[in-house]
Design a protein around this ligand. Structure first.
Ligand code: F6P
Length: 319
């Protein structure tokens, strides 16, 4: 093993840079070279490579986004495109790859392994929607960013006795909403994983106002429905003022939290060690705070399991 290629793919997530830094530093520590592949799998096929040094990644631990840039590149599902990527790697003396991204990126890592380039996947997405792990790099920062925004929204909601429906990211997964909902003391958390009764939510809010509460907060996962649509439905059952607010891409930015920096560093360090052991086709995950690996193929047969106890606890706080 000589040189590791590293790329970030799919939606960016805070902590991706910290993972790239950890891979680079661990590889150099073990006498290996590291090459950054820019723009994900698109850059791999185009040969958009940059040599990484300890100096280049030194300050990256605190930077949001991904300095390697990212791209969605569905063309990499085609074998002839994958082979072009492998040719580029061979041309640059790169014999192993680490992919940081969402579950789509794992297909690419598996394809490379099957073509003789041992590859490891690290879970990098704010959505936390990857099977076989209860944590993804970026989740914690995104939750803290959303929480800070909701705390501010609550100030204005209280001043005007309003209900706010706050739409948070997560694609089809409600994990950000569950965490942020519980942490913000939301009156309701609406997620794709669990059925909800909009009439009951309106009644809870009406009762709250009658008992002297001066605001209402509903945290709505983007995978359920549009926040404006939800507001229209909600107002059919309650006589209060309501506004819809979509937090959007701000949740993907910002300097990573302590947790994301530490976990990204642990995962990056671990991925290099797996490659040094001659492993490939594996996904790194974290369960109950412990690093784990799974065959990438197992991820395709599994689904992510959310910690729905957060919803149960929130129900006890609100009903
Ligand atoms: O996967 C991360 C994510 O931010 C999702 O939460 C969201 O649904 C999607 O990406 C947005 O994608 P784009 O940046 O392509 O609009």
């Amino acid at each position: 093993m000589k040189r590791i290629g590293i790329l970030t793919s799919g939606g960016d997530a805070p902590g991706m840079n910290a993972a790239v830094r950890a891979v680079t530093k661990t590889a150099i520590h073990n006498g290996l070279g590291v090459v950054g592949i820019r723009y994900g799998f698109a850059g791999l096929v185009a040969g958009d490579f940059v040599t990484l040094t300890a100096e280049k990644v030194d300050h990256m631990i605190s930077l949001g986004g991904t300095f390697l840039y990212s791209a969605r590149f569905p063309e990499f599902a085609q074998e002839e495109v994958q082979k072009k990527g492998v040719e580029q790697l061979k041309k640059h003396d790169i014999d192993t790859v680490i992919v940081i991204g969402g579950d789509g990126s794992y297909h690419g890592a598996l394809a490379l392994t099957r073509l003789g380039i041992n590859s490891i996947g690290l879970p990098g997405t704010i959505d936390n929607d990857i099977p076989c792990t209860d944590y993804t790099i970026g989740l914690d920062t995104a939750c803290n960013t959303a929480l800070e925004a909701i705390d501010k929204i609550r100030d204005t909601a209280s001043s005007h006795h309003r209900v706010f429906i706050v739409n948070v990211m997560g694609r089809g997964c409600g994990d950000i909403a569950m965490r942020v909902g519980l942490a913000s003391g939301a009156d309701a958390i609406v997620v794709p994983e669990r059925p909800y009764d909009i009439k009951e939510i309106a009644q809870t809010l009406t009762r709250g106002f009658a008992e002297g509460k001066d605001h209402g907060i509903i945290v709505l996962a983007e995978g359920v429905m549009d926040a404006d649509e939800f507001r229209t439905e909600l107002l059919k059952y309650g006589d209060f003022d309501a506004r819809a607010n979509i937090l959007g891409h701000m949740q993907r930015g910002g300097s990573p939290t302590v947790l994301d920096r530490i976990n990204a560093t642990k995962m990056g360090n671990y991925a290099v060690k797996l490659l040094l052991d001659g492993k490939g086709g594996l996904a790194v995950g974290m369960e109950n705070g412990q690093l784990e690996t799974h065959d990438i193929l197992d991820l395709f047969d599994d689904t992510h399991r959310s910690d729905e106890t957060l919803l149960d606890i929130n129900d006890e706080m609100t009903k």
